[in-house]
Design a protein around this ligand. Structure first.
Ligand code: ZN
Length: 414
């Protein structure tokens, strides 16, 4: 055990030294971002039953390497690195790595995560710079006992789970309901991003498509006099809990999370509105909610503690007041989709325990604009005319809903 600790300490010093080697900080104007050369990079099994990762970079960057448990993961954080258009999985030739991903995790910071099939230890983690200025990062893992692995993972930097994400504020006071006197504040949440691309089909990536859709929807809502705020403006990772905090900070009257997931369990097609409920409407919905939580976990974010925020009184408020308001909005949207002749799922309103919908006092819905697993939905999502029709239906539903919702708020205040 002592040897394990010593190794962990040496590694910690090595990675700290690497992290301190450059004065670069997030937000600095980088004239040349380090780029990955995928052709010269790869992830493969070693003869000793371990894993070796080689990354060829256009220039050295500060980095740190550590292990996380439950599930076992190797994580490498870099000062912002341009991974280019290639997908991480394409480089994975290791049987020991069950899932491999990378991407921007915060402005100025990139992360690579390899989910491992068991306990390993870091044998080697080093970056070499060539005479021409390029850099080669090698990280080699050896198999380890579960006990050794647990000790190493316990030595992960303290900020890994939260990185520099703002901590979720404890919700003690309910947000005042909108009464129609001010523009409706709609927080639009483009699903996934950065290290978590979401669903993929051919060259279509859910995170990118939803960012485009969110920008277009925001424009449409602003033209109608509403205030629209996005939870992310670029291809970066935002934890589910942070999306809720951002909505709260923006003073959201409504929160809409936008998705185009794949549903391998069935032949799902058409727009679908998901509302928050502890009981899922079916297995596919339950798995969808689980997959979204798992994407956070794989990115190194710990979801624990979120339910504590919703303790007691706030939970009651969510159940008795906020959820019925969200349900009414779901019905308005489905009605507007019908009126606009937009194809919906045969059960257009579904429910599951989506973490991103857990705001106790902000009506929150998750909209599957379509499913990337469906060819027809992919065609529709690629069609700007169809997207505009869906956006306009959402806009008119929000308008109708807000009027009725404000009337109810005024009545309750009396
Ligand atoms: Zn999604």
């Amino acid at each position: 055990m002592r040897a394990v600790r010593a190794i962990a300490r040496i590694l910690a010093i090595a990675t700290m030294a690497a992290a301190c080697a450059s004065p670069l900080r997030a937000g600095d104007d980088l004239t040349a971002l380090a780029r990955l050369d995928p052709a010269a990079s790869g992830l493969a099994d070693t003869a000793s039953g371990g894993v070796t990762l080689d990354l060829a970079l256009s220039q050295p960057v500060p980095f740190r390497v550590f292990l996380l448990a439950d599930p076992p993961r190797l994580v490498i954080d870099f000062s912002e690195l341009d991974f280019g258009p290639s997908r991480a999985e394409a480089l994975d030739r290791s049987a020991a790595v069950t899932r491999f991903g990378w991407g921007l995790i915060r402005p100025g910071w990139s992360r690579l995560v390899a989910e491992l099939d068991g306990p390993y230890r870091i044998r080697l983690a080093g970056m070499q710079t060539s005479a021409t200025g390029e850099a080669a990062l090698n990280v080699t893992l050896d198999p380890a006992s579960a006990t050794d692995f647990a000790a190493l993972a316990a030595n992960a930097p303290a900020d890994t789970g939260r990185w520099s994400f703002p901590a979720a504020a404890a919700v003690t006071e309910a947000k005042r309901r909108q009464t129609g006197e001010a523009p409706l504040v709609v927080v639009i949440d483009p699903g996934h991003g950065g290290i978590d691309p979401g669903a993929e089909a051919g060259d279509m990536v859910e995170a990118d498509i939803m960012l485009t859709f969110a920008r277009e929807l925001a424009e449409s809502l602003r033209r109608a006099g509403m205030t629209a705020v996005l939870t992310r403006e670029r291809d970066e990772f935002v934890p589910l809990e942070t999306r809720i905090s951002l909505a709260r900070d923006a003073g959201a009257d409504v929160f809409l999370s936008l998705h185009a997931d794949s549903l391998p369990e069935g032949e799902a097609t058409g727009a679908t509105i998901y509302r928050m409920d502890e009981t899922a409407s079916d297995t596919a919905s339950a798995r969808l909610a689980e997959r979204h939580d798992r994407a956070d976990l794989l990115a190194g974010v710990d979801l624990a503690g979120q339910d504590d925020v919703l303790a007691g009184v706030m939970m009651d408020l969510a159940r008795t007041e906020t959820r019925p308001r969200g349900n009414r909005l779901a019905s308005e949207i489905v009605a507007a989709l019908g009126a606009a002749g937009i194809k919906t799922h045969r059960h257009p309103i579904q429910q599951a325990a989506f973490s991103v919908l857990k705001s106790p006092d902000i009506p929150s819905l998750l909209i599957e604009t379509g499913f990337l697993s469906s060819r027809k939905d992919r065609e529709r999502l690629n069609d700007p005319v169809w997207r505009a029709a869906l956006q306009s239906a959402i806009e008119s539903a929000l308008e109708k809903w807000a009027v009725a919702d404000a009337a109810e708020a005024r009545l309750l205040r009396r």
